[in-house]
Write a protein that binds this ligand. Sequence first.
Ligand SMILES: NC(=O)c1ccc[n+]([C@@H]2O[C@H](COP(=O)([O-])OP(=O)(O)OC[C@H]3O[C@@H](n4cnc5c(N)ncnc54)[C@H](O)[C@@H]3O)[C@@H](O)[C@H]2O)c1
Length: 398
Amino acid sequence: MPRALLLENIDPVAVELLSAAGYEVESVRGALDEIDLIDALEGVEVLGIRSKTRVTAKVLENRPELQAVGAFCIGTNQIDLAAATAAGVAVFNAPFSNTRSVVELAIAEIISLARRLIDRDRALHAGTWDKSASGSHEIRGRTLGIVGYGNIGSQLSVLAEALGMRVLYYDLEDKLALGNAERCGTLDELLERAETVSLHVDGRGGNAGMFGAEQFARMRPRSLFLNLSRGFVVDHEALRDHILSGHIAGAAVDVFPEEPREQGDEFRSVLRGLPNVILTPHVGGSTQEAQYDIGRFVAGKLVDYTRTGTTTLSVNLPAVVLHGSSADRFGLLHHNVPGVLARVDALVGDHGLNVDGQVLATRGQFGYVVTDVSAELPAALLAALRELPETVRLTTSG
Ligand SMILES: NC(=O)c1ccc[n+]([C@@H]2O[C@H](COP(=O)([O-])OP(=O)(O)OC[C@H]3O[C@@H](n4cnc5c(N)ncnc54)[C@H](O)[C@@H]3O)[C@@H](O)[C@H]2O)c1
């Protein structure tokens, strides 16, 4: 029976799916360090981790039997992706499973800021009854400006409109407007027109510090600001200045340039203690529903890859789908040099077999071809494929 090891308390749905696919699954609560991980991976084909386990080049070198790694989270920085690709190990993650959770938090925060809920809550906890409509607004009819109209930004657009907001968006790419949302040609145009600005850009290097004093100054007086994307995109000193001056009437921030490493570590930020500022510890995507969906999604990708060779949405391998499944299928990850496909097909023919189906894709220095052949795969063919100088890894499915 093939073995799978799941670390860091991954949702039980992943155990169910991998077990149903024929894996003997061991699930462990905590993370493992490099040495313990190498030990634990003996005979393991599929590894599941979250953000705390590092899959280094040394781990990969020591465990050639490992075929695939599932990052049951969004980020994959904890995995040496270049080393994984060179070792022919497919890596999958769950980039979209928590989209809805982030959007729901953003909606909750837009309403909370517009009603100054946290200030009222703090006052009442401190024993002060301050019943007033001053500074409280409905969000119906208000204009929301979404910066970054990707998975999260576009879903926020739909929910905000359903609540009666007018939506403007700005994206570097020419994204299709959903519903009645209106595309802005520049960030400045959005900042000058929106009453609430919500950032949902990705983490590309060029976005570091993209939102600072100049952008806050361009926002309309008494507008609201949210960042649930990446901490390093916003200058928090500038945000603090604009909150204290009253130019920005409230803010919600979920992500920070530096976040405490461990649970319980002190959180340091210039935004602490400011009025009508909601601070949350990077929990935008953290819900039970998102955890379940991440478990379901990543386990599904691992099963698909090991059973059918499908690499759709792999973080590091070329994307290939050959529909159906076959016991007479092999996948060959190889160096992307001219003539490999011809050599593969010649070897298949030399062993008296026909190619029934075949899909090839390349990604940088690597190519990946999945092939169905007309009869049972002979051991001699598999040996010949493994010996091709371009071969990185040969896998068989079924
Ligand atoms: N707070 C959380 O817990 C949490 C959870 C999930 C995702 N996120 C973060 O939310 C962000 C959005 O996630 P997503 O899944 O929607 O990503 P995505 O890649 O689908 O969308 C990002 C969009 O931003 C656009 N973009 C990038 N830079 C831009 C710029 N400077 N100006 C305008 N548009 C720009 C891109 O073209 C893209 O359309 C990411 O940074 C992600 O890491 C946070």
